[in-house]
Write a protein that binds this ligand. Structure first.
Ligand code: PLP
Length: 398
C-alpha cells in the first residue's frame, strides 16, 4: 500500500512467529498439530524468579525506572560478565533492553547508516537481516552450509569485508543450527577483524547457557580481547531462565555506543518493565542450579532427535553444541518428494507446507534463515511430542 513506508515494506513478518501463528490457528480449529517452530523453552520460569517479581509488585515497584535499567540489575550484569566471561565492564558500559531482540534493534539503529554493510553468516537468526534493513543498511549474507559445520571461516570473512562494512554479527551457539565456534575458530576470525579496525563486532550470546556439550563457553572477545573497544556483547535471560515472556535482554560495549542505545530507548520504549527487571536480577544473582534440569532434558532430546533424523531417507543432521534446535539438511528428501509428485516445488517451503498441511507438524523452512534446503525444529518440547512428530515426519518422507 502506497501509504506504508519504504522501511516497513523492506522487511517481512518474522517467519517463525508467522508459522507458529498458523499452527496455532489450525490447533484452535481442532487439528492435532505438533508445533516445533517456536524458539522457546517449554519449562516454567523458576519459582524464585517469579517470587522476586511478585514481591516487587507488592512493594509497589511499578513505576518508571532509569531508561538503561535499575542499578541492581546493571550491577548483576556487570558481575555476570566478570564471573562467567572474564570481562570488565563499568555500569555505563551496560544497558538493559526489552528482550534481546530490542537490544539488537537499538544497536543497529545506533550505529548503522544507509549503505553500510552488515556481515551476517547464514544460516542466521531470522531477525538480523531484517533489523539491518530497518536501519537502511545492507545485509551481506555469507553462506556457511553443513559441509563447513555451519560456521564462517576466516577466509570467507576476510573476502567479505569492504570499506563499507560497518558491523559483523556472530551468534554462537547458533539459532538455527546449534553450531558452536571453538576458541581457535574465534581466534582466526579475530585475527581477520584486527586487520580491519573500521568494523564493529556484535556477538549474540543468547544461548550461552543452553550448553549441550559441557565445553567451556567462549565468544570472540575471549578469543581476541583487543577487539573490546569495538565489540558489543549481547545476551539476555529469555532462553537461559525460560523467561521469554518477561522481555529482558542486555548488552555491554563501549560507553559511547551504549549511551546512543540508551538515547534511542529513551525515545521509544523507555525502561524495560520494572517488575521484569527485578525478576532478571533474581535470575542472574540467584542459584544457577535451575538451569541444570532444563539443559539435561535438552541434551536427552537432542541426541534422540538427531539420531532419528539421520535414520530417515534424504536427511542429514549434525550434532549441535548448544541451543535447542536441530537443523537437518533435507535436500535429498526434498528431491525425493518432488520426484514422487508429493510436493509442488523442490523447495524447503513446499516441504514445510507438506508437513504442516498433511502431517500436522509445524517446522520452519531453512530459507527463513538464509539456507535453502534445510528445516529447523525446536526440541524445546516434551519427548512425547518429539516422538510423535518424528514418527509423522518419517512417514511423510517415506
Ligand atoms: N538472539 C537469538 C539468536 C535468538 O534466537 C533470540 C530469540 O529467539 C534472540 C536473540 C532474542 O531473544 P528475546 O526473546 O530476548 O528478544
Amino acid at each position: 500500500h502506497s501509504v506504508l513506508s519504504q522501511r516497513v515494506l523492506s522487511i517481512k513478518e518474522s517467519p517463525t512467529l508467522a508459522i507458529t501463528a498458523k499452527a496455532g490457528k489450525y490447533k484452535a480449529e481442532g487439528r492435532d498439530i505438533i508445533g516445533l517452530a517456536a524458539g522457546e523453552p517449554d519449562f516454567d520460569t523458576p519459582q524464585h524468579i517469579k517470587d522476586a517479581a511478585k514481591a516487587a509488585i507488592d512493594a509497589g515497584f511499578t513505576k518508571y525506572t532509569p531508561v538503561a535499567g535499575i542499578p541492581g540489575l546493571k550491577k548483576a550484569i556487570v558481575a555476570k560478565f566478570k564471573n562467567e566471561n572474564g570481562f570488565d565492564y563499568a555500569l555505563n558500559e551496560v544497558i538493559v533492553g526489552v528482550g534481546g531482540k530490542q537490544t539488537i534493534f537499538n544497536l543497529c539503529l545506533a550505529v548503522l547508516n544507509k549503505g553500510d554493510e552488515v556481515i551476517v553468516p547464514a544460516p542466521y537468526w531470522v531477525s538480523y537481516a531484517d533489523i539491518a534493513l530497518v536501519a537502511e543498511a545492507t545485509p551481506v549474507i555469507l553462506e556457511c552450509g553443513i559441509e563447513q559445520g555451519f560456521k564462517l571461516t576466516a577466509a570467507q570473512l576476510d573476502a567479505a569485508i569492504t570499506p563499507k562494512t560497518k558491523l559483523f554479527m556472530i551468534n554462537s551457539p547458533s539459532n538455527p543450527t546449534g553450531a558452536v565456534y571453538t576458541l581457535a575458530e574465534l581466534q582466526a576470525l579475530g585475527e581477520v577483524l584486527l586487520k580491519h579496525p573500521h568494523v564493529l563486532i556484535a556477538t549474540d550470546d543468547m544461548y550461552e547457557h543452553v550448553n549441550l556439550t559441557g565445553d567451556k563457553f567462549y565468544n570472540i572477545l575471549n578469543a581476541t580481547p583487543a577487539l573490546k573497544d569495538r565489540c558489543i556483547v549481547l545476551n539476555g535471560v529469555s532462553k537461559a531462565y525460560s523467561m521469554t515472556g518477561w522481555r529482558i535482554g542486555y548488552a555491554a560495549g563501549p560507553a559511547y555506543i551504549i549511551k546512543a542505545m540508551e538515547i534511542l530507548q529513551s525515545q521509544s520504549t523507555s525502561n524495560p518493565t520494572s517488575i521484569s527487571q527485578v525478576a532478571a536480577q533474581a535470575a542472574l544473582e540467584g542459584s544457577q542450579e535451575c538451569i541444570v534440569p532444563m539443559v539435561t532434558a535438552f541434551k536427552e532430546r537432542h541426541t534422540y532427535v538427531v539420531n532419528r533424523f539421520n535414520s530417515m531417507p534424504g536427511l542429514s543432521c549434525l550434532m549441535a553444541g548448544g541451543a535447542f534446535y536441530a537443523f537437518p539438511d533435507a535436500r535429498g528428501a526434498i528431491d525425493n518428494l518432488f520426484q514422487a509428485g508429493k510436493i509442488k516445488a523442490a523447495t524447503d517451503m513446499a516441504l514445510a507446507e507438506y508437513l504442516l498441511e498433511e502431517f500436522d507438524v509445524a517446522v520452519v523452512p531453512g530459507s527463513a534463515f538464509g539456507a535453502e534446503g534445510y528445516f529447523r525444529i525446536s526440541f524445546a518440547t516434551s519427548m512425547d511430542n518429539l516422538r510423535n512428530a518424528l514418527d509423522r515426519i518419517e512417514k511423510a518422507l517415506q
